[in-house]
Each structure stands twice: as structure tokens, then as C-alpha cells.
Design a binder for this molecule. Structure first.
Ligand code: MG
Length: 263
């Protein structure tokens, strides 16, 4: 009898331990469950975009030049379309549409036969909002001032490196652009911001322009519209362009709450 009581005590102890162990396992399981971080934000699902061939255009791009005609541009009568490219001539041109924050892809080539030097060699330019020049120049073994070289934010910031291909070869610009922001009174809240990849190499990394670029004026901000056209410069040299497309950049919508897709 005495023995039976002690056996029962041992069994009770074992039961208590088993229950405690089960509880620990349960608590551990729950804490794993509750350990996941939830942002508390319910994001819009990212829209599907077909990336298209290498070099684009992606399915949601506005194509500014597809190699066939200059119908998306103003004052381009002297720019000659030929063999899938357009050659600069006569005057600067601007896109008919205006853009704010955007991603811009441009392919260009300076003349294969080199003539001139410094700023006189394969000079053109890509103008964001019609006012901020990303320099186009044949900078292959061609010295000039650093903030006037290829891929410079003209007279404000040189390219971080010079990834130029040889004269006549096609080169790419991929430009990410954020417009400057102003308040209702026209006070600058946030300067513009530009990142440029040339031939896939970062040459401008989140640079804040000091204002519109100029050859003879100190840059400064004055109130400007939210959007502006893309400009291409004619600087006396026959520079070729092809495959020009642009994507307005728009943030996704979101709202507070647990995202139902996050199980
Ligand atoms: Mg230029």
C-alpha cells in the first residue's frame, strides 16, 4: 500500500512535468507565430509589366522614338530619320508630352569620323523637364572640363567615371529623375534628384541639381511646373539617337491594416 502511494506520487510528478513540457512547446509555437513582423501596411499589388526585349521598351513605356518617325517631337523637321535612327540637325527639339518623375532610356552615338575637340566633338544633350542637361559628348580620349564631359549634369557635377565607347558606337543612358518640389508660395521644398547609368555603369548617383543647367548663368531654383518636356540638343554635331522611351514613376497606393496576402 505504501508502495502504491509512492508510485502514484511519481506518476503525478511525471504528469506535471509532461504537462509543463507540452505547455513550453505550445508557448514556443505561439511565439514563433507571433514573432513574425507585420508592417501594418496593406500595399496595392505591383502592376505587371512586360519588360520587352533587352533595351526595352517595357509594355508601360511611352515610346518617344521607335526608329520610324518623329511624331512625338516638336520642331524636329531638320532631324533626319534613317535606318532606325534619327540624326540631330538644325535646332534643339522637345517632346510633345511633358513628364515629372520618370525613368528615361536613350541610345545615342557620336559621329564615327572624329572631327573637332573638347566641347566641339559629338556634342548634344538630354534635357530633363527641358531645363536640366545631361551632357552628351564624345568623351572617348577627348579632354574637356570635367563637369562638361559626357554624362555630366552640365556645369554642376561630372560623371563619377567615364564609361565611353569608341566614336560611332551606340551608347545607352538610363536616367532616373525626381522633379524639384515647391510649396504653394514657390519656396523650394526639395531639389531635383538624378541618377544616371551610362552603358550600365552608374555615372550620377542621386545627385541634387542646384537648379536648371546653364552655360552662362549660375544655377538657381525658381518655381517651375510639375512637368516638363524631354529635350534633345543640336550643338552643331550630327549625333544619332534611337530607342527613346520613358516611364512616368508613380508610387503604389497603400492603407493601414494587415495585408491579406501575407499568410
Ligand atoms: Mg551639350
Amino acid at each position: 500500500m505504501q508502495r502504491d502511494v509512492s508510485v502514484r506520487r511519481v506518476l503525478r510528478w511525471k504528469g506535471a512535468w509532461a504537462a509543463a513540457a507540452a505547455g513550453i512547446v505550445l508557448v514556443a509555437a505561439c511565439s514563433t507565430q507571433s514573432g513574425e513582423f507585420f508592417s501594418g501596411t496593406w500595399w496595392q499589388m505591383p502592376p505587371v509589366v512586360e519588360p520587352g526585349p533587352v533595351g526595352g521598351p517595357p509594355s508601360d513605356a511611352v515610346v518617344l522614338f521607335d526608329g520610324k518617325d518623329m511624331s512625338q517631337w516638336n520642331h524636329a523637321e531638320k532631324w533626319v530619320v534613317k535606318d532606325g535612327y534619327v540624326q540631330s540637325g538644325g535646332n534643339d527639339i522637345q517632346s510633345k508630352q511633358s513628364f515629372g518623375d520618370c525613368q528615361l532610356h536613350v541610345e545615342w552615338a557620336s559621329p564615327e569620323r572624329v572631327s573637332g575637340s573638347g566641347q566641339g566633338r559629338g556634342n548634344s544633350g538630354v534635357f530633363m523637364m527641358g531645363m536640366y542637361e545631361i551632357q552628351v559628348l564624345d568623351s572617348y580620349q577627348n579632354e574637356t572640363y570635367a563637369d562638361g564631359a559626357v554624362a555630366a549634369v552640365y556645369k554642376q557635377h561630372p560623371p563619377l567615371v567615364n564609361p565611353s565607347r569608341k566614336p560611332g558606337e551606340w551608347q545607352t543612358y538610363d536616367i532616373l529623375w525626381e522633379t524639384p518640389r515647391f510649396d504653394a508660395k514657390g519656396t523650394l521644398l526639395k531639389p531635383a534628384c538624378v541618377t544616371v547609368l551610362m552603358n550600365g555603369v552608374v555615372v550620377q548617383n542621386h545627385f541634387n541639381p542646384l537648379g536648371p543647367t546653364s552655360w552662362d548663368q549660375k544655377p538657381k531654383y525658381t518655381p517651375q511646373p510639375d512637368k516638363g518636356p524631354i529635350g534633345l540638343q543640336y550643338h552643331g554635331n550630327p549625333v544619332r539617337f534611337r530607342n527613346i522611351w520613358i516611364r512616368p514613376i508613380k508610387e503604389l497606393t497603400s492603407k493601414p491594416g494587415r495585408d491579406p496576402h501575407n499568410h
